[in-house]
Ligand binder design. Structure first.
Ligand code: UTP
Length: 407
């Protein structure tokens, strides 16, 4: 399309300023900007105007499988899970499209080296954990790795450079998630360059839609995959395609499963599994009232205690329905680098706009049923969000060593 046609599209949404530097752009720049404009989801922008919080339903505590019950039924779950994995019914999806801003590195988070005496990359540790399952079940688990436009090339190059850490190439595939535009508080699209909107990854809730777009959901179907185990890049003690978890979820007859740790203290910043209007869901830590966060049962245990570890199982047949239904969009106020009136890039010191994300935790509610499955914090939960302090490189290193990993 020509400038005048793009102008018409933009004018319909009050965004004519996007073409302010059009005349200065070369052919490649114009093409780039045109492609970005064509992909804007305009329905998102209305949300920015009022920074609306999504209404929550009636929240109540949820029951799940606790460690004791899992231990009691372990053999049965293990048998069921191993069989499903050996038959190729379980795939793993590694969410690695995030920006990892809190860790403060421009490189993909999974390339971070945790080693002390020798290199040990986050990706490497995750592949090792998956290899344990391969050894236990005698079958490779297809691994789909989600990246974003920002880190796709670097992630692929890193895996290639390290020969996929020994995982067979025909069982690994990469796919790229979509980007979403950011807006200022006035609802105007922000620009990161004269030929580019300020874009950021659209959240981890879009993983299935992006998997489909990349043709990989079809690949999984061809392989006979019936379950997707989706997990975050940053938990290095993560047990993925864990046969006991798989077996327990299959045995429960539910459409999803969620690994949780018992919250360590009321204010811990983890999402919490609960019932929302009677349906299983996940509530963000900032959505729990202080009363709910501190509520205890007769034995003194926290009532809202099932902290999600971002390790979910989804039965394949519910995923298309969830993707079709559209997840709620979360609007987050952020500091967003953008061009000023003079066309210079500025890095604001305070929040200056909003980013839009869909979140995987909302998929649980959309699925309609979920098995909360408890795991031991010390053995399965070492998230790396920050460089130091809580949930950091330091705490993850200590937990890895505690679990016998040489650093
Ligand atoms: P986080 O919520 O921790 O976000 O992601 P982040 O972007 O990695 O880190 P910060 O907040 O900027 O410091 C949880 C998981 O979801 C993935 C991340 O890669 C991580 O595995 N994720 C997040 C995506 O794959 N895409 C996204 O758009 C956002």
């Amino acid at each position: 399309m020509k400038r005048s046609e793009w102008m018409e599209v933009l004018a319909a949404h009050g965004q004519e300023h996007v073409l302010r530097w059009w005349d200065e752009l070369d052919e490649a720049g114009r093409r780039k900007l045109s492609e970005q404009i064509a992909r804007v989801d305009w329905s998102l922008l209305d949300l920015a105007a009022g920074h609306r919080v999504l209404p929550k339903g009636q929240i109540a505590p949820i029951d799940g499988l606790d460690l004791d019950e899992i231990a009691r039924r372990r053999e049965q779950f293990l048998r069921t899970g191993k069989e499903a994995i050996a038959q190729g019914k379980v795939a793993a999806v590694l969410l690695a499209g995030g920006q990892g801003t809190r860790l403060g590195s421009d490189a993909p988070k999974g390339t971070f080296d945790l080693g002390i005496t020798h290199p040990l990359y986050i990706f490497e540790q995750l592949i090792r954990n998956l290899q344990d399952v391969v050894a236990q079940c005698g079958a490779f688990v297809p691994l789909y790795i989600m990246t974003s436009e920002e880190n796709d090339a670097a992630t692929r190059a890193f895996f290639a450079e390290h020969d996929d850490f020994g995982y067979p190439a025909d069982h690994i595939a990469f796919f790229c998630q979509e980007m979403a535009p950011a807006v200022g508080f006035d609802g105007k699209l922000l620009m990161s360059a004269k030929d580019s909107l300020a874009l950021s990854p659209n959240g981890n809730g879009g993983w299935y839609a992006s998997l489909v777009r990349a043709g990989l959901a079809q690949d999984a179907a061809r392989r006979g995959v019936e379950w997707f185990n989706v997990f975050a890049v940053d938990n290095v003690l993560q047990r993925m395609a864990d046969p006991v978890f798989v077996g327990a979820t299959i045995a429960s007859g539910r459409a999803t499963g969620a690994k949780f740790v018992r919250k360590a203290y009321p204010e811990e910043r983890v999402g919490v599994l609960c019932l929302e209007d009677g349906k299983p869901g996940v509530i963000e830590y900032y959505e729990l009232t202080p009363e709910m966060a501190n509520l205890r049962d007769d034995c003194g245990r926290l009532v809202y205690a099932c902290g999600v570890t971002l390790n979910y199982l989804f039965r394949a047949d519910v995923l298309q329905k969830i993707a079709d239904d559209r997840l709620p969009v979360h609007v987050a106020k952020k500091k967003i680098a953008c061009l000023n009136e003079a066309g210079e890039l500025v890095h604001p010191e305070r929040e200056n706009g909003c980013k839009f994300e869909t979140l995987i935790l909302d998929m649980i509610r959309c699925a309609g049923s979920c098995l909360p499955f408890e795991v031991e914090r010390e053995r399965e939960f070492a998230p790396i969000k920050n460089r130091t302090g809580v949930d950091s490189v330091d705490t993850a290193r200590a937990l890895l060593e505690k679990n016998g990993v040489k650093l």
